[in-house]
Design a protein around this ligand. Structure first.
Ligand code: FE2
Length: 288
């Protein structure tokens, strides 16, 4: 799946870009399925109530999820989260409610048949092994909408903050479901940034969460970062220590993406990570 060049680029830069990993038909099928999940959700009585309740709003402005059961219980469920700018000052949706959803999390890979079939693609297992994983397992999935006009910024962060293993093992698979451009808020990465330390760890104790600082190394800026405009169907794989970010979407087009977070089950998975797999199967990828 990856050439020797791809693997050495990943090791050097902390990421690798694989164009045309998903076909146009696969992207369309995932997009329609995500739309279906959202449509079912926005007509539910819960949706409006929850839109007004900050617990169903996803933002990285504040990472405190203490007592936020809507969020905490989404670890092994399919739940829709709203954009921060979903409601106006009078409590009304600023655009069609379907266009106010920030993301669907966090177990589409097990609970939705369409996403389940795609997430366990044998090719992803091959890549995981090529990246040195002994026993790759999927810990989490997200469908991210990055809605037109109101798609929120995701601050610079490292995914190992949320999937702490010893040794560090988390790899992110980021699939562009639509073309990602500078205008609609494509992913930015800091090439070679994975060689730096883990700056923060997100810990859950009961219903309380805490972002603990480990290293004060400053986050990259637009200067150290590199934008990753890619076509729909592209897969970007990156190391859990690689700093990445995405700008707000002020354009008229969404920038939909699907992500999987994969850890090596041969590494110790912290009991303080907020995502714990208790009820769902903890699985990797189909055999080739
Ligand atoms: Fe991330």
């Amino acid at each position: 799946m990856m050439t020797a060049d791809d693997i050495s680029r990943y090791q050097q830069d902390g990421f690798v870009v694989i164009p045309q990993f998903l076909s146009t038909e696969q992207c369309e099928a995932l997009k329609m399925r995500a739309e279906h999940v959202v449509e079912k959700w926005v007509v539910s009585d819960q949706a409006m109530k929850l839109a007004q309740d900050q617990s169903a709003v996803f933002t990285t402005e504040n990472n405190d999820r203490t007592n936020n059961h809507f969020f905490l219980d989404s670890a092994e469920n399919i739940r829709c989260f709203f954009e921060e700018g979903a409601l106006d000052s009078e409590g009304k949706f600023v655009q069609e409610p379907e266009q106010c959803i920030n993301k669907i999390g966090h177990a589409l890979h097990e609970l939705d048949p369409v996403f389940e079939a795609m997430s366990h693609d044998a090719r992803l297992g091959v890549i995981a092994h090529q990246l040195g994983m002994a026993e790759p397992v999927i810990r989490q999935s997200m469908y991210i909408f990055k809605q037109p006009r109101i798609g929120g910024e995701i601050h610079w962060h490292q995914d190992a903050t949320f999937f702490f293993t010893t040794p560090q093992s988390v790899v992110t698979y980021w699939f562009a479901i639509e073309d990602a451009t500078l205008e609609n808020g494509c992913l930015w990465v800091e090439p070679k940034g994975h060689q730096g330390p883990l700056r923060e760890v997100f810990k859950r104790t009961g219903d309380a969460t805490d972002m603990e600082s480990l290293d004060r190394m400053p986050w990259p800026t637009d200067v150290g970062g590199e934008p990753m405009p890619v076509k729909a169907g592209t897969l970007i794989c990156f190391d859990g220590l690689l700093p990445h970010y995405s700008a707000p979407n002020r354009s008229s087009r969404s920038r939909q993406a699907y992500t999987l977070h994969v850890t090596d089950n041969a590494a110790a998975y912290s009991e303080q990570n907020w995502i714990q797999t208790r009820e769902l199967p903890l699985r990797g990828f189909n055999d080739q």
